[in-house]
Design a protein around this ligand. Structure first.
Ligand SMILES: Cc1ncc(C[n+]2csc(CCOP(=O)(O)OP(=O)(O)O)c2C)c(N)n1
Ligand SMILES: [Mg+2]
Length: 890
């Protein structure tokens, strides 16, 4: 028999004696002593060899006993009225939008289930920002947005007109579907609608809050991070993936609220199980304080009267599928199918009417139970808290959706349902007006509005609210990077090493150094950054409790309470979430931080693309450094590691600027300008910069190239200026620029062709500039046409254009549209990577110097500038196999 099976009570007399003994300990000596004794008993049983299965669950009841519930000091009746109005306006905005056009969509059922959870938080727990307090941070469930707008409407922060333009943003006054700081930069803080990212980011936000406190950058304020999420959302690996970090780090500044309405979009979350119990086990195992809010106050008297435990037994045996069905029916159904299972249980409710039974509420709809849970969470020290609140999806929607599988998608309601909703929540709108579904805001001097204003003031201000700027930072001038500007004088180093030196310079800077946050997944040694462990320390809230193995070495593994580095382990989504917390610190903490997240470029956008998108939406400011980049530059690591497309992915994020520099001085110019734009000018942009591990000599910066570096292309060197000599324009980026330079030498030496060489630091930026120019020209047909940067560079430079990079051809392809009358050939690394030496890989992918030369000759031959046989001659001379398989497809 499985020990977890429920066994009948073989000796009730003995059971009673044990229970009485326990009760007396609880009464006389308290719960700590009771716990001690219970643990001792279990331990003794285990030591004697008895198999006692581990059970991470407690009974399917509220965690906080009725006798210990903190009581709300608020006016429950007024709060109910206000909450009802918020419910109404949230519903009305979705229904009105969909009357206007059924294209618009929106959600009613999710907020309907969560309204009380939010309301108690806003009224009593979420503290707004003031000069002395930076504000609590609240991650709201994305598709509950209508409810949040509805509250802001009552506050007067959002107008009727705005509510009426929910999901109609193009004219400029509308409201975004979901929380998007990009679209409402003074309102929304956290984009949460991509399920799973909210919980993950909230955990790292709480940890980052502690990091800046431990490092003395901000003073302790007792701020909290609250995160609301759906029970269906918890199936995302991101949602639960970092809960052990929160437990391990004892983040008691973090509170999760999981709205367990038992449903997701298509149907039940766990029809055959109990989602609350499942979560309880996960979170308890991960070291969280778990507060279950399952049953509302109307159940309390039943629990009191039930001496045999039959009620709990029935509650335990029902699965979520049953609970959902009960709430989609009525009181009579619940009497028959829930209570009716056992005559003794049916007796318990015999004197109650069907309406009374129907009124037996769930914990997540009971303001008293929620208040008690939140109050306990606020007080709890040493662990993060999760509140598991049981609710009904579509609460109040009645026949139009309550507890029904279709409810998530329901954006329309018939007049009968609207009327029922109005009556249920006593909304003062007369029958004849119901058709219009008008918004309702009580008069300013009504008791509701006075109370509402009072509560908001008591909480220190309104939420959500977002700060757009922080004090600007005085960033180092370009001259600070003199070492990179003057080149390496023949010494061969990688751009990764150049970057580490640039980073050290910034960290040493007296003004901005302490705001730098170096973030690494388990990869510092790969990038030659291990020297920073000792120099800066790896952040740990507890410091270092052990003597590191390499303590006798110069660069030992130093963990430190004041450590500056965030070493996230093998955890790119976590590292990215830390980066986001730091990159938005100007807004959330009022202090600009300068995060550099250095990662294996293949495990960047490809792995955490959705977080990078969220970072764009959040107006993150910081640097993402894609290390070991380039499909043929990272040689031995093969298919999974060789990145030939991260720049293509980076280009999809509108406010991400990406660069593929070759030389140390380019890197210095880009980073310095990034510091200036993000931290002095406070532009909401972030950078993706690739750095490589190939060693070569770096020249000194030519004069006057800074602007070109930043715009994406500048003239690196000119071909010989002899008259009538065929000429080509060669573009290259990253390490492949060096193949382009070598290719130019071959062309000159072997074929007498002059080549101008361009360093194309950013094809992505060139494309953006080109598109903007094209657009302007389209809309201003009678004005002097403008030239894109590519055209400006190349207009007086004759000959076909050839570009080569270590990325897919589409990367350099992007500028073709801006060279309409020019021949333009592109070399790139389409296809899966493989392991070999750099030389072999570049030959395989057809991006080496020989291919550069052949491509240039072919373009010249097509223009009748050289005879066609010259191309064949080059193919022969350079040993190119004409019929080799296509690297893009093998
Ligand atoms: C990554 C991602 N996948 C899918 C969706 C689409 N989606 C929006 S809400 C939803 C159901 C949410 O269910 P749950 O988390 O239980 O929240 P509830 O609405 O029940 O409160 C889905 C699938 C999404 N927003 N993000
Ligand atoms: Mg749900």
């Amino acid at each position: 028999m499985d020990m977890r099976d429920i066994v009948p009570d073989a000796d009730p007399q003995e059971t009673r004696e044990w229970l009485e003994a326990l009760e007396s300990v609880l009464e006389c000596e308290g719960p700590a002593r009771a716990n001690f004794l219970l643990e001792k008993l279990v331990d003794r049983a285990r030591r004697s060899g008895a198999y006692i299965p581990y059970n991470a669950n407690t009974a399917y009841m509220n965690t906080i006993p009725t006798s210990q519930e903190a009581r709300s000091p608020g006016d429950a009746e007024l709060e109910y009225k206000i909450r009802s109005l918020v419910r109404w306006n949230a519903l009305a905005m979705v229904l009105r939008a969909n009357k206007e056009s059924s294209e618009l969509g929106g959600h009613i059922a999710s907020f309907a289930s969560a309204a009380t959870l939010y309301d108690i938080g806003f009224n009593h727990f979420f503290r707004g920002a003031s000069p002395s307090f930076a504000g609590d941070l609240v991650y709201l469930q994305g598709h509950s947005a209508p409810g949040i707008y509805a509250r802001a409407y009552l506050e007067g922060r959002i107008t009727d007109d705005q509510l009426d333009h929910f999901r109609r943003e193009v004219e400029g006054k509308g409201l975004p579907s979901y929380p998007h700081p990009w679209l409402m930069p003074e309102f929304w803080q956290f984009p949460t609608v991509s399920m799973g990212l909210g919980p993950l980011m909230a955990i790292y936000q709480a940890r980052f809050m502690r990091y800046i406190k431990d490092r003395g950058i901000v003073q302790p304020q007792g701020r909290k991070v609250w995160a609301f999420m759906g029970d269906g959302e918890m199936d995302e690996p991101e949602s639960l993936g970092a809960i052990s970090l929160a437990g391990r780090e004892r983040l008691d500044n973090l509170i999760f609220v999981v709205n367990c309405n038992l449903q997701r979009l298509d149907g039940p979350v766990r029809g055959n199980g109990k989602i609350i119990q499942e979560f309880e086990a996960h979170f308890r195992g991960a070291g969280w304080n778990v507060i279950k809010v399952i049953w509302g106050s109307y159940w309390d008297p039943l629990f009191m009267r039930d001496k045999s435990g039959i009620l709990l037994k029935r509650m335990e045996e029902c699965v979520d599928g049953d609970y959902q069905t009960f709430k989609s029916k009525d009181g009579a159904y619940v009497r028959k199918h829930f209570f009716g299972k056992y005559p003794e249980l049916a007796d318990l409710v015999a004197t109650m009417s069907d309406d009374d039974i129907w009124r037996l509420n769930r914990g997540g709809h009971d303001p008293h139970k929620i208040y008690a849970a939140y109050a306990a969470a606020m007080k709890h020290a040493g662990e993060p808290t999760v509140i598991l609140a049981k609710t009904i999806k579509g609460y109040g929607m009645g026949e139009a959706g309550e507890g029904q599988n279709i409810t998530h998608q329901q954006k329309k309601m018939g007049t009968t349902s609207i009327k029922a909703f109005r009556d249920r929540f006593a909304i003062p709108i007369p029958d004849e007006k119901l058709e219009e579904i008008p918004f309702y805001r009580p008069p300013e001097d009504s008791p509701e509005m006075r109370y509402f204003r009072e509560r908001t003031a008591a909480m220190g201000g309104s939420l959500p609210a977002r700060r757009r700027t922080a004090a600007p930072l005085e960033v180092p001038a370009l001259t600070a990077f003199e070492q990179q500007l003057k080149g390496t004088e023949g010494r061969e180093i990688s751009t990764t090493m150049a970057f580490v030196r640039i980073l050290s310079t910034i960290i040493r800077d007296k003004t901005v150094g302490r705001f730098v946050v170096p973030i690494v997944p388990d990869e510092s040694r790969t990038f030659g950054m291990e020297g920073m462990f000792r120099q800066l320390g790896i952040y740990s809230h507890v410091g270092q409790l052990y003597t590191p193995q390499d303590a006798d070495q110069l660069m030992f593994y130093k963990e430190d309470k004041n450590g500056q580095i965030l070493q996230e382990g093998i955890n790119e989504p976590g590292a990215m979430s830390s980066w986001i917390a730091a990159a938005t610190s100007y807004s959330t903490n009022g202090v600009s931080m300068i995060p550099f997240y250095i990662f294996y470029s293949m495990f960047g956008f490809q792995r955490v693309g959705d977080l990078a998108w969220a970072a764009g939406d959040m107006r993150a400011r910081g640097f993402l450094m894609g290390g070991t980049a380039g499909r043929t530059t990272l040689n031995g690591e093969g298919l999974q590691h060789e990145d030939g497309h991260s720049h293509v992915l980076a280009s999809t994020i509108p406010n991400c600027l990406s660069y593929d520099p070759t030389f140390a001085y380019e890197l210095a110019v880009i980073i310095q300008d990034g510091l200036r734009r993000m931290y002095r000018e406070q532009e909401d942009i972030f950078y993706y910069i690739t750095v490589m591990n190939e060693n070569y000599a770096h020249p000194a910066m030519p004069e006057g190239v800074e602007k070109g570096i930043l715009k994406g292309m500048y003239l690196l060197s000119e071909g010989r200026a002899t008259k009538n000599q065929p000429r080509v324009q060669l573009l290259g980026s990253g390490t492949i620029l060096r193949e382009v330079i070598a290719g130019a030498q071959l062309l000159e030496k072997d074929f007498g062709i002059a080549a101008d060489i361009w360093s194309a630091t950013s094809f992505n930026q060139l494309r953006r500039d080109g598109l903007e120019t094209q657009r302007w020209n389209l809309l201003h047909p009678e004005q002097e046409p403008r030239l894109s940067h590519v055209e400006q560079c190349l207009k007086d430079r004759p000959g076909p254009v050839v570009a080569a990079t270590d990325y897919m051809k589409i990367f350099a392809e992007q500028v073709r549209a801006f060279l309409p009358t020019r021949s333009y050939a592109v070399l790139g690394t389409d296809g899966f990577g493989r392991s070999d030496t750099r030389r072999q890989l570049r030959k395989f992918f057809e991006v080496d110097r020989h291919y550069v030369a052949v491509a240039a000759l072919k373009a010249l031959a097509d223009a009748d500038a050289v005879p066609r046989r010259k191309v064949a001659e080059a193919i022969g001379k350079y040993g190119i196999e004409a019929d080799k398989p296509n690297p893009a497809t093998v």
